[in-house]
Design a protein around this ligand. Structure first.
Ligand code: CMX
Length: 139
């Protein structure tokens, strides 16, 4: 793991939430995008050495919609920035960590992502986030 890349926060909708981050807290909005594969619309906020990812569900399916229904708004996951995500996944699997997928999935900004089951990470949903070399800009 290189560093914490971002902290994911589940919100009911970005419209009501963003002014708190940008106006009340005075943080900078870096960009908004839809990640269809995860059924979310995300906003990235610059929080200095780490980003905050606000996650609004698209529709009633998907992990964020379910999380909001069961737990309400709040911290959803912590994402580690990694390189060579497939190797990291293999290493973790060998150490007994339960990953949610065998192959990385497409994430925001073209990153490849993979999640560890919170049951094998002491109650925390961790993400691996590999931006490769193809990325630049806000992410
Ligand atoms: N953090 C910590 N624990 C969590 C959790 C979270 N975010 N989400 C679920 N859990 C816990 C639940 O509390 C529950 O625990 P108990 O059995 O003790 O009650 C257990 O995990 C199972 O939860 P569930 O509500 O039945 O949910 P599912 O098993 O259907 O799904 C999970 C949980 C983690 C497998 C699913 O959310 C998932 O696949 N997540 C990965 C993808 C994802 O989160 N995408 C959204 C973000 C996308 C992005 O960043 O772009």
């Amino acid at each position: 793991m290189n560093k914490v890349d971002h902290i994911g926060i589940a919100v009911k909708n970005l419209k009501d939430t963003l002014p708190y981050y940008t106006e009340t807290l005075g943080l900078k909005l870096l960009g908004i995008e839809e990640v269809e594969s995860q059924k979310v619309k995300v906003a990235f906020i610059d929080a200095g050495n780490c980003k905050i990812e606000l996650l609004e569900p698209i529709g009633e399916e998907g992990a964020i919609a379910k999380f909001l229904e069961k737990r309400g708004e709040g911290i959803h996951h912590i994402a580690f920035g990694v390189t060579d995500i497939r190797t990291r996944m293999e290493e973790l699997k060998k150490k007994g960590v339960q990953l949610l997928h065998d192959e990385p999935k497409p994430g925001a900004g073209g990153a490849e992502v993979a999640f560890m089951h919170p049951k094998s990470s002491f109650g925390v949903l961790y993400e691996l986030c590999d931006k490769g070399e193809k990325l630049n800009g806000h992410l």
